[in-house]
Design a binder for this molecule. Structure first.
Ligand code: KIV
Length: 292
């Protein structure tokens, strides 16, 4: 188990490249607040993504479409304040890079000013001008292909992409184009493992997979999924490493019982009143009860 954060150097994009060249798999998790950031960093993950999945994971939305830049900045700030050693990446939300290139640079630049070292955006060929402009503005970009949650309506829901030959070729072509446009990495979500392998072998930049099989250069999962905090049905690619929801509910049940039966707080969990203050209280009470 790794808790070596104090001695770990700050993770940079050249460092990620070097690790991949050495054959080391990259690890990425999501964080939306200081707790999930500190957990991820204490575990020694390489990349922390402040994902727009904050919408469905933390804010109760059904998908990521309602998430705005203001929401993202709020969560990115909370994560950035913990100064993680992992590379901090901000996820550009729906409509933050679709309206104009100027708007995209302003929004991505906002993430960088707040402490992110890179941004992620969804889409292939249509996004190339934006990717080029961001890279020109010295903003490192991770592309995101396959099941792109911001295309929820266009895809007709969360569906595995790239099963049809034409779509598979499109994803491979888009990945190559994103690399040419300057992306330092491409995230592949919800695609068949063999397609992700083909993309990974065809690119020089690393791929990060989620529901994309074992052949990518690295893997990402939503931290709340890894910790078993997510309720309801999760996709088959999610591996829960602990029943966090069960453990935490159990702790809260025990707290409730202790409060109700008087076992909490104990003397050791309470502050004592100094003698002088006790006497002052006593004196005040007596003066109130004394008839004038
Ligand atoms: O927002 C998010 O959590 C993502 C996942 C694919 C990691 O983009």
């Amino acid at each position: 188990m790794s808790h070596e954060n104090e001695t770990r150097p700050q993770v940079t994009i050249p460092q990620l490249r070097a690790w991949v060249a050495e054959g080391r798999k990259l690890v990425m998790t999501t964080a939306y607040d200081s707790v999930t950031s500190q957990l991820s960093d204490a575990a020694g993950v390489d990349i922390i993504l402040v994902g727009d999945s904050v919408g469905n994971v933390c804010l109760g939305f059904e998908n990521t479409l309602p998430v705005t830049m203001a929401m993202m900045n709020h969560h990115l700030d909370a994560v950035a304040r913990t100064k993680p050693r992992a590379l901090l990446m901000g996820d550009l939300p729906f409509l933050s890079y679709h309206l104009s290139i100027e708007d995209a640079i302003r929004n991505a630049g906002d993430f960088i000013r707040r402490g992110a070292a890179a941004v992620k955006l969804e889409g292939g060929a249509k996004r190339l001008p934006v990717v080029r402009a961001l890279v020109d503005a010295e903003i490192p970009v991770m592309g995101h292909l396959g099941l792109t949650p911001q295309s929820f309506h266009a895809m007709g829901g969360f569906k595995v992409q790239g099963r049809a030959g034409e779509q598979a070729v499109q994803i491979l072509e888009d990945a190559l184009r994103l690399q040419d446009a300057g992306c330092f990495s491409v995230l592949l979500e919800g695609v068949p493992a063999e397609l992700a392998r083909k993309v990974t072998e065809s690119l020089e930049v690393p791929t990060i997979g989620i529901g994309a099989g074992p052949h990518c250069s690295g893997q990402v999962l939503v931290t709340h999924d890894v910790l078993g905090l997510t309720q309801g049905k999760t996709p088959k690619f999610v591996r829960r490493y602990v029943d966090g929801f069960g453990l935490m509910t159990e702790a809260l049940i025990r707290f409730s019982e202790d409060v109700r039966n008087g076992a909490f707080p104990s003397t050791a969990e309470s502050y004592t009143l100094p003698e002088a203050a006790a006497q002052a209280l006593q004196h005040w009470q007596s003066s109130k009860s004394d008839p004038e």
